[in-house]
Every structure is written in structure tokens, then in C-alpha cells.
Design a protein around this ligand. Structure first.
Ligand code: NAP
Length: 331
């Protein structure tokens, strides 16, 4: 039987999500990869256990995580039943709908029909009565935003979710969503944008909107799917995401990128960190970021990513050097 570590709250840092009552761990674990029906169940289980033992109280899912679609929620549901039910009230579990999930016009995008049916399916797969956060996974240009946000409001009012979130909305769309949800009486808890040293779009207005409106941010893919680590410095390991050549493509690991990764790796070394640790620390240097949402394929990566918390401070000189590397200048 799994018994969580007594010391699990001793060293993790928690940050408040905007102006809400919810604090999230500075590092959260996402189940996009390595928790599907095709993956090793005991490895998935070991990563979740290790994460919780280190104070990671937030696990992030979506309807279509797998493969196959839905299977990460099923895996999570089985592990929850075996290991985490006594700890349910210590956990923030999220899921999402917005990308293609089932055939036909009601299994994708942003209709009320899709979002609420999908949430019911997710709850069933995970064996949960409610999720803590339900997200609209991406904006739908053809559905009125009032309808998609209305579905999030219904999810919360009906007790299927405690809080509402959005992902991949730009700054303008986010402001609109914030206003609609506020009028409905279900404030937006959190936004989930993509943010890393390699993808800095949220700096162009989104983080400002979130700060002003009192909404948190949990930033996904802070390691650029593993590129911002030492994983690819000596080629493409056979057990890596890039080896699967699907979401992270082999062609994305060209010499220009590798030169930046090598230079960043050196700066990380000078800070006494691995590059993965520095990548996590770098997104968390901004207090507007509530949590860094990482993925892992092994228990050791959970440890490494959490070790980032030992050094979140960057000197102005280090930040300048990093910006220089990202702009293509040598370190
Ligand atoms: N809202 C959205 O639209 C959206 C989109 C994408 C992701 N997400 C969320 O964000 C989560 C994280 O996404 P992600 O998995 O792409 O994030 P990531 O943390 O950037 O990449 C994770 C991958 O990096 C490698 N890695 C992790 N820690 C490492 C370490 N310490 N040293 C070396 N390599 C390491 C592993 O790759 P290997 O497998 O090669 O070992 C791991 O699978 C997802 O699970 C999901 O919850 C949300």
C-alpha cells in the first residue's frame, strides 16, 4: 500500500493563483505523454507517487491525452483508486476539452454540447465526482465565447468542477473570457499558456492581462518538450520523445537549436544547475507565473525538475547572457 511521505510539504513552494484562494505547487505534473494506454503503468504510477511525495499536489490532464485518447485519464483513475483516494482532498486535478475527441460535429472545439459531454466522460474515466479545474483547451473562433464560457460556468455550478480555466487564448480573447466569466459569477482561476525560453509569446501582453485581472498562470512545456535539457546533446536517445518523431520532430533538433542548447547548458552549469533545472527556474523567475507544468518520462526527471527550486534567482547578467543566446549570439 502507498503511504505518502510525511515530509511532502516540507520543501515544495506554493504560489497563489491570481487573486484566488488556491495555491499551486511551483511545479505541477502533466500527463500528456507517458501515461497513456501504450505506456508502462508501473512507471506512470511511480512518477505520480514521487511527485506527490515531493509536494506536487497538482496533476494536469485532458480528455485526449494518451494515446489512445482518453487513456491517460483511465490510467490516472486506476492509480487514483490504488494510491491516492485517501489524499483526494490534498490534490488539484484538472482536465480539459477543446481539441478533437470523438467523430462528428459535437466532439471538438467549443460548443456547450461538446464541453459538458466531454467533462462527464472525463469524470467517468477518472472515477471522480468532480475535477478541481475544468479548462476550455483552446478558443473556438466559430462559437460565441459566451457559449463556451457558459459551459464552464455550468460545469462549476453543477458541481462537476470547482474552478474554470482556459488555455491557448491570446491576451485579447483572455480579457473577453475574464469579463464574461466574471459577469456569470464564476471567476477565471487560471490560464494555461505555452511558455519557455524558446517560446516567449506570453510576455507580449498575456501575462500583463492576467496580473491585472487577478488570474493565475500555469505555463506548459517549460522544457520545450525536453529540448531544454541535456537530453539531446549527444544525439537522439532511443527512449526520448524526439525518437517518436511525432509531437517533437527530429527535424526540430537542428544545429542552430543545438548550439543554443549547448550555450544554455553552460550557463546552467555556471549556476550549479542542470539545463532542465534552469529551464524550470527561468519560467518561475516571473512572479506572475503560478506554476511550471512539466512532463516527465522517468522518476529521476521528477526529482531533477523539483531540484530547480533550489535556485530560482537570476542575476541581471545571467538573464542578459540567456537573452543573448536565445537571440543567436554566442554565450
Ligand atoms: N494546454 C495545452 O494545450 C497543453 C499543450 C501541451 C502540454 N500541456 C500540458 O503541459 C504538460 C507538460 O508538457 P510537456 O510534457 O511537453 O512538457 P516539458 O516539461 O517541456 O517536456 C517534458 C519532456 O521533457 C523531458 N524531460 C522532462 N524532465 C527532464 C529532465 N529533468 N531532464 C531531461 N529531460 C527531461 C522528457 O522527455 P523524454 O520523454 O524524451 O524523456 C519529458 O517527457 C503536459 O503533460 C500537459 O499537461 C498543455
Amino acid at each position: 500500500m502507498y503511504v505518502a511521505d510525511d515530509k511532502r510539504y516540507d520543501s515544495m513552494q506554493y504560489r497563489r493563483s491570481g487573486r484566488s484562494g488556491i495555491q499551486l505547487p511551483a511545479i505541477s505534473l502533466g500527463l500528456w505523454h507517458n501515461f497513456g494506454g501504450v505506456d508502462n503503468f508501473e512507471n506512470s504510477r511511480a512518477m505520480l507517487r514521487r511527485a506527490f511525495d515531493l509536494g506536487i499536489t497538482h496533476f494536469d490532464l485532458a480528455n485526449n491525452y494518451g494515446p489512445p485518447y482518453g487513456s491517460a485519464e483511465e490510467t490516472f483513475g486506476q492509480i487514483l483508486k490504488k494510491d491516492f483516494l485517501p489524499y483526494r482532498d490534498e490534490l488539484i486535478i484538472s482536465t480539459k476539452a477543446g481539441w478533437d475527441m470523438w467523430p462528428g460535429p459535437y466532439g471538438d472545439l467549443g460548443s456547450r454540447k461538446y464541453l459538458l459531454a466531454s467533462l462527464d466522460q472525463s469524470l467517468k474515466r477518472m472515477g471522480l465526482e468532480y475535477v478541481d479545474i475544468f479548462y476550455h483547451h483552446r478558443p473556438d473562433p466559430d462559437t460565441p465565447m459566451e457559449e463556451s464560457m457558459g459551459a464552464l460556468d455550468t460545469a462549476v455550478r453543477s458541481g462537476r468542477a470547482l474552478y474554470a480555466g482556459i488555455s491557448a487564448y491570446n491576451a485579447k480573447q483572455t480579457l473577453e473570457a475574464v469579463k464574461i466569466l466574471r459577469d456569470l459569477g464564476t471567476p477565471l482561476l487560471i490560464h494555461q499558456p505555452k511558455y519557455s525560453m524558446f517560446v516567449r509569446d506570453p510576455e507580449q501582453g498575456l501575462l500583463d492581462v492576467l496580473e491585472k485581472e487577478g488570474v493565475g498562470s500555469i505555463v506548459f512545456t517549460p522544457l520545450a518538450q525536453g529540448l531544454l535539457s541535456d537530453r539531446y546533446l549527444k544525439g537522439i536517445p532511443s527512449d526520448s520523445r524526439a525518437a517518436r518523431d511525432f509531437y517533437l520532430k527530429k527535424k526540430d533538433i537542428g544545429e542552430t537549436t543545438l548550439a543554443k542548447v549547448r550555450a544554455l547548458n553552460e550557463i546552467a552549469g555556471q549556476r550549479g544547475q542542470t539545463l532542465a533545472e534552469m529551464a524550470v527556474a527561468w519560467v518561475l523567475r516571473d512572479p506572475r507565473v503560478t506554476s511550471a507544468l512539466v512532463g516527465t518520462s522517468k522518476v529521476s526527471q521528477v526529482d531533477d525538475n523539483v531540484a530547480a527550486l533550489k535556485n530560482l534567482k537570476f542575476s541581471a547578467d545571467e538573464l542578459r547572457k540567456i537573452d543573448g543566446v536565445l537571440a543567436g549570439k554566442s554565450a
